[in-house]
Structures are given as C-alpha cells and as structure tokens.
Design a protein around this ligand. Structure first.
Ligand SMILES: [Zn+2]
Ligand SMILES: [Zn+2]
Length: 281
C-alpha cells in the first residue's frame, strides 16, 4: 500500500495570505515543503483522494498526482470540502462539450450517507454544487460504509451516532492504517484500531509555545476541541499503534518544516506530515 500526503496544512494554510510572521515569510520564499496546502491524503494504488480543501489543485500538482478515480469525504467542514470545484477541473472539457460530447469516466464521490447529505447542502444560486456536478455527468455519488479497490479495503467509521464525521481504516493483507484528519475529539472507542501499523491524525495542537510566543494555558478552550501531543501519545499507546504521523498542521502553531524535523527527535514513533510526503507501507 502506498499513501501520500497531498496537503498537510490546517484550517489556515501556510503561508497565510498577507502574514509576515517568519514561518509564512520562509514558506513564501522556499515553497514546498515549507508551504502547506489544506489537509488531504491520496491512497496511491487505488487512486483515491480523501478531502478537497480549497487549495487542493496546488497540492495535487506539487505531488505529481496522475489519476483520481474516487474522492472520499471525512466530513463537511469547509476546510475539507471547499475545493470541491476540483471535480470540474479534473473532468470538465469545455471543447468536447462544445461539440456535444459527454464527459467520460466521471469521478466517484463517496462518503457516509449523512456526510454526503451534509455536502449536498453546499449550494450556489443554481442549487446544490454536488448535484450540479452529477447532473453535468462529471461526478457520480455513492453513500457507503466500506469500499474495496485493488485489494485495499477502506472502512468509513463514524466517530459517533450522529455520523457527521468519519475516520478511515485503510487496510490490505499486510498493513492497517487509521486516517483521522479532523474533528475526532473525543477519539472513538473502536476495537478495529488495535495494533494498527500507522495512524495519521490531525486535530492536534503541536508544542507548548505557539505563534508569536503564545503560551497555551491549561484552561484554554482550544483544548476541548483539539488534542495536545500527550493525548496523541496516549491514543498511540492505548491502541498499540506502531507509528504516528501528525497532519492538519496549523499556521497558528508557529513552526516551520525545520522546527518539526527537530521536534520529531523528542518523540518515539511520531513524525510530522508535509505536502508531497510519501508513505510506503
Ligand atoms: Zn504567518
Ligand atoms: Zn479540518
């Protein structure tokens, strides 16, 4: 199985527009991997993309992606879905359309039933954006809990009974990977997670000192929504997970690509994602 981080950035990508902090200045100067697009992952040997942040096309071009057959969604939050127009960029050929020809091989869009309904609510004056792409033949949608492609099984595990957020369990005969990009606190109880080879997780405040020297107090409300590093280590231990990669890295954490490389030395079995990162398994 081969995975690739397309976007390792958070709700706010790096560089943040108009920001003159050292991290953004360096990212603007050096580009990838100092720059980070919004959070997304590619399951390379099945041509599956998970999530489409608004800067997804930059991420896909940087990672040299050749084919996308499926787009899966983790939840409907804008930082994971607002690049949905990539469907049009992948599939629309206005020249062919001008000759009356239809689109071949529409991209398949899949998610938990509730999440697909959530995404259909995103609309313009013309109605639901996703319905429009379906109507134009650019996309086909499917509500599902499990998908098997090229010997890779992808299970979409709802984090709670409301089923508005999914964690992905990606496995083949050799390996098992948890992908939990966003909105996964509290982390769900799931026996299937035990003994995973890898967990790629977002949702984490990284470090004690953040952008501009901001010190995170013990009662800061961000802690209710996001994990801190110690909590990720706890999840890793609890489920006996061999390796962890932290993604969805916010510009607010105030750290550069080099800072994360340095920070990795403090943790056993934990690395930090960057755009274009290859993860052979
Ligand atoms: Zn900045
Ligand atoms: Zn997010």
């Amino acid at each position: 199985m081969k995975l690739k981080i397309i976007g390792s950035g958070g709700c706010v990508s790096t560089p943040r527009p108009c920001c003159t902090c050292p991290v953004c200045v360096e990212a603007r100067e050096k580009g990838f991997p100092y720059a980070r697009t919004g959070c997304s992952l590619l399951i390379e040997d099945a041509n599956i993309l998970i999530d489409t942040p608004e800067d997804i096309s930059y991420g896909l071009n940087n990672a040299g992606v050749g084919t996308i057959d499926y787009i899966l969604y983790s939840h409907c939050d804008p930082d994971h879905t607002m690049g949905m127009r990539v469907i049009e960029q992948l599939k629309m050929d206005w020249l062919e359309v001008s000759l009356g020809k239809n689109v071949q091989n529409p991209v398949k869009i899949a998610a938990l039933p509730t999440i697909l309904d959530d995404i259909r609510l995103q609309r313009t004056r013309y109605g639901s954006v996703l319905n429009y792409y379906e109507m134009r033949g650019l996309a086909e949608t499917e509500a599902l809990y499990e998908l098997d492609i090229n010997g890779i099984k992808i299970e979409l595990i709802p984090i709670d009974d409301a089923e508005h957020v999914a964690i992905f369990l990606i496995s083949d005969v050799h390996r098992k990977v948890i992908y939990a990009p966003c909105d996964v606190k509290p982390f769900p109880e799931c026996p299937k997670f035990y003994g995973a080879d890898l967990m790629i997780i977002g949702n984490t405040i990284i470090g004690e000192t953040l952008k501009g020297g901001f010190a995170l107090s013990t009662d800061n409300p961000l802690r209710n929504e996001l994990f801190v590093m110690e909590e990720v280590v706890e999840i890793q231990k609890k489920y006996n997970i061999k390796e962890v990669i932290i993604t969805h890295i916010e510009e607010d954490w105030g750290k550069s690509y080099d800072d994360y490389k340095e920070l990795e030395k403090r943790y056993q079995g934990i690395r930090f994602a960057y755009d274009g990162m290859d993860i052979p398994l």
